[in-house]
Design a protein around this ligand. Structure first.
Ligand code: AMP
Length: 395
């Protein structure tokens, strides 16, 4: 994979796959522009070098050409973020689009219409990809969030650029941060896995077992492990069909010398809400009718110690029901320990799903080393899969 930093784009026309699939309100105002901001440095690199750029993205899941999913709605925000005038092609194909592209001058930016207005995008159609490729003399992929999809613009297009395909800054950062954790991470390497279900994390657990020194298993999924070990978990969330799997994970960890830390105590309640009574219980003795909803004080102390000694940290999944105020402190304290450890030199990556929401909710993003922008793409990377969009840049 070649980074754009090793290239000059002077006089070149680059087609860039960005991820402008931004959330919008009912009046089509952009609610969160972080994905546009994330693509900014790649776009500006090409422009500052003296090149021109064609931006392509999807937005939502349109069924054919749906005005509500038009990228026209993100045009203003894109201009604001880039500080540049951006031309808009009302289509991804067609004569008008081709004319705009032929007239594109160095320093200019053109945004194509939503690629998913054409079913050929998601089906990975070669002719569609070839047409898009014909617009430019080089291809840059900066859409990590869709790199796990073999779509026309994320993967197939790359084959039409033998030596002129590059990774943008965002994509490179994502790939580097995964490498820093799973391949070249300073020891001890720690994975913190939380969230609701073991079933959605099995492949990640199995993959990281080969890469890390310690694992904290917290949140809802810890109860499947506790029950498998003979603990009384009351009404806590549990996947009874995964008890044997939990035991086999613990056994594999033992064989590989990976230390697994499960919670020792929990804050529990009779209700899944802020309103019910709360008390702290030992993890093995949660009374009947009560459910564990957050890490208890002893667990937090142990987790903080483990985080403190780690030199590389991967965090995936909250360790309590952080959406409810009464059960958010475990996740908040864990985030604070990760920030502290990062200040002391550890590399910390937050990736995949709800831990990213928790980090945003509690404003931890500036204190950790990297927060991944790609939900599904990050999860698949952590599962050890090669993402088609990334592989296509190297082939
Ligand atoms: P995931 O998407 O698998 O990372 O799961 C995240 C969800 O797990 C969040 O919505 C949390 O509220 C939930 N969660 C964390 N701890 C618990 C728990 N002890 N009981 C029930 N749900 C939990």
């Amino acid at each position: 994979m070649i980074s754009i930093d090793k290239q000059s784009f002077k006089g070149r026309r680059a087609i860039i796959r960005v991820d402008f699939n931004v959330p919008m309100d009912s009046n089509k105002n952009v609610l969160d522009n972080s994905r546009i901001k994330a693509a900014k440095s790649t776009i500006l690199k090409v422009i500052k070098d003296g090149g021109s750029t064609i931006l392509m993205s999807h937005l939502g899941r349109p069924n054919g050409k749906e005005e509500s999913c038009s990228l026209r709605h993100v045009l203003n925000e894109t201009q604001k973020v880039l500080g540049l005038n951006v031309l808009f092609a009302g289509d991804a194909l067609g004569q008008k689009t081709e004319d705009l592209i032929s007239a594109l001058k160095p320093g200019q930016v053109l945004l194509l219409e939503n690629l998913r207005f054409y079913p050929e995008e998601t089906s990975g159609d070669e002719m569609f990809a070839k047409k898009l490729a014909s617009y430019a003399d080089c291809y840059i992929n900066d859409a990590f969030g869709t790199a796990h999809r073999a779509h026309a613009s994320t993967t197939i297009i790359a084959k039409f650029f033998k030596n002129n395909k590059y990774s943008g800054h965002l994509l490179s950062k994502e790939v580097d941060s995964i490498k820093k954790v799973l391949e070249t991470g300073k020891k001890p390497v720690l994975a913190i896995l939380g969230g609701a279900k073991v079933s959605s994390k099995i492949t990640i657990i199995e993959s990281v077992l080969n890469k890390v020194d310690e694992i904290i298993i917290g949140g809802g999924m810890s109860f499947t492990f506790i029950k498998a070990l003979g603990g009384q978990i009351g009404e806590s969330i549990c996947e009874d069909d995964k008890l044997n799997l939990a035991l086999s994970i613990l056994e594999k960890a033992k064989q590989k010398g990976v230390i697994i830390h499960l919670p020792q105590d929990v804050i529990c309640s009779k209700e899944f809400s802020d309103d019910g009574d709360k008390k702290t219980a030992s993890i093995n003795n949660i009374p009947a009718n009560w459910q564990g909803l957050d890490a208890g004080p002893k667990s937090r102390e142990v987790f903080a110690k483990v985080v403190n000694r780690a030199k590389t940290i991967l965090w995936n999944g909250p360790i309590g029901v952080f959406e409810l105020k009464s059960f958010s402190s475990g996740t908040i304290e864990l985030g604070e320990s990760i920030i502290e450890s990062t200040k002391n030199g550890a590399f910390s990556l937050v990736g995949g799903g709800d831990s990213v929401s928790a980090v945003k909710k509690f404003n931890f993003q500036d204190g950790v080393s990297y927060v991944s922008t790609g939900g599904g793409a990050m999860l698949e990377s952590l599962e050890g899969k090669e993402l088609p969009g990334i592989a296509a840049l190297s082939n």
